[in-house]
Design a protein around this ligand. Structure first.
Ligand code: SF4
Length: 470
């Protein structure tokens, strides 16, 4: 993945904290998205039950993924869709480049697709001599800026509108009037992109959900670019992760009910596209060929493990918006296509702990992500599981493992634990009522921004004994 930065996570986080434009952009966007989500979920009379139902659908589907994948493939082929499987990023890009070459495609338009980011598809298509244009407005700006997205659904959340205006002036020669405000900038981008849609030979899209019993693909979006990318070019290639399946159209409705509300605070996105096969005889539009590339790329190795639950994710982005860590550092500091709490589990789970062992540490374990998640994914539990894996695999500093082993040794020997805590209490008493201003060695990070408080004069057990006696 190209997004891996050679810098350690803590360096990237410090850089993000010191970037005033990023801080302005995050301060403007994340509180608005958190409020929008809360208000939108509150409009469903049975909001909590709807989340339970959506979780049930995800849990059931992932538990029977093999069956539903097979059913989807059979139904999609019966509709005339070509279905391909890719075990990794290299195979997925090869498949798409081959399809494009077979059709002598020179110009490609793309709707938003996280999988295409994950497998670095643009670079592969460009290396094969094709012109690729992102058509989601945020992704378009990212492409013009040679940047990478920093949010699952809001790729340019890290940019201010002033920065976008500067990009349009610099890269596209936009006039001051054309970038005067957001509606003007949107209209300008729309004019530029319209010509790209009309000239494209191949359209590429992601897939929000694939319906097993009908072989249909569902794409949700707000700009209409997804609809144009999938209907105007003569060939459409859709990329999806193996976990994007729902069993039936009724299950799709359950998932859509919570997706947009959790992501953008809308009841539904402006466009909900359901595509069932390529153009049929007599159809006024649509591609003459439809291909679906189903990508594994590390997903199946999480099945039947303590990380399986992350595959329930419907990519709404709500956990990013509420996360106190993401709110401060944004997405780039995570270094992965999938940032925030979901990415802190997904990235090391799918792509390996090396070089992602820092990500599960990037959390205070406050649980805000689990509270906001429309399918109630227990991210904190999986972060702890990954921290344990990191420790066992030697991915954490040695003092952490040694310290935990020492703590376990004492905590499982009550007499020793009592003696050690009494010594610790006495030592902590030396620091006075405020506690320690500075701790030594690797513990210094704790006191960089706060005090280490003194220990209570009496332990819980002592207090309980005293109370029982009186
Ligand atoms: S983990 Fe939950 S909240 Fe986060 S993106 Fe996935 S579905 Fe949304």
């Amino acid at each position: 993945m190209s997004h891996v930065s050679p810098l350690p996570f803590y360096t990237r986080a410090r850089q993000a904290l010191a970037d005033p434009q990023l801080q302005t952009a995050l301060d403007r966007a994340t509180p608005r998205m958190v409020t929008a989500r809360r208000q939108a979920i509150a409009t469903i009379p049975d909001g909590e039950a709807a989340r339970d139902h959506a979780r049930l659908v995800r849990a059931h589907t992932i538990a029977h993924l093999d069956r539903y994948l097979t059913q989807f493939v059979d139904a999609a082929r019966a509709n005339g869709t070509h279905v391909h499987f890719a075990t990794d990023a290299a195979e997925a890009t090869r498949l798409v480049v081959d399809i494009a070459r077979r059709h002598e495609a020179r110009r490609v338009v793309k709707g938003k697709s996280m999988v295409s980011e994950e497998i670095e598809l643009n670079a592969a298509l460009e290396a094969a001599g094709m012109r690729v244009v992102e058509t989601d407005l945020g992704e378009y700006v990212i492409q013009l800026d040679h940047d990478v997205p920093s949010h699952i659904i809001a790729p340019i959340i890290h940019k201010t509108k002033e920065q976008v205006a500067a990009t349009f002036r610099r890269e596209l020669g936009a006039s001051e009037a054309e970038v005067a405000d957001i509606p003007q900038m949107t209209a300008f981008a729309r004019r530029m992109l319209r010509a790209e849609f009309l000239a494209a030979d191949l359209g590429i899209s992601g897939v929000n959900f694939a319906v097993a019993d009908s072989g249909s693909l569902c794409l949700v979006e707000n700009e209409g670019n997804g609809r144009l990318s999938t209907t105007v070019p003569r060939v459409h290639v859709a990329l999806m992760g193996i976990e994007r399946i729902v069993p039936t159209a009724a299950d799709l409705a359950v998932s859509l009910r919570v997706l947009a509300r959790s992501g953008t605070g809308q009841a539904l996105t402006v466009y909900t596209n359901v595509i069932t096969g390529p153009r049929r005889e007599g159809d006024p539009d649509g591609p003459s060929e439809l291909h679906v590339v189903i990508v594994d790329n590390g997903r199946s190795q999480m099945l039947r493990t303590e990380l399986e639950e992350i595959l329930y994710c419907i990519r709404c982005g709500a956990c990013l918006n509420v996360c106190p860590v993401y709110q401060e550092i944004g997405g780039h500091a995570y270094g992965s296509v999938y940032p925030g709490p979901v990415g802190a589990v997904y990235t090391p789970g799918a792509f390996g702990l090396e070089p992602w062992a820092d990500l599960p540490q990037a959390s205070s374990l406050c649980g805000a992500c689990k509270d906001a998640c429309p399918v109630r994914i227990d991210i904190p539990r999986m972060l702890l599981a990954l921290r344990a894996r990191a420790e066992e695999g030697g991915h954490t500093p040695r003092w952490v493992g040694d310290g935990l082993r020492l703590f376990r040794f004492m905590a499982t020997r009550p007499r020793l634990f009592r003696i050690a805590s009494s010594i610790a209490r006495r030592v902590s008493g030396w620091a006075g009522p405020r506690g320690f201003d500075r701790l030594p060695g690797p513990l210094a990070g704790w006191t960089r921004h706060r005090h280490f408080p003194p220990m209570a004069a009496e332990t819980f057990t002592e207090r309980r004994r005293r109370r029982t006696r009186t």
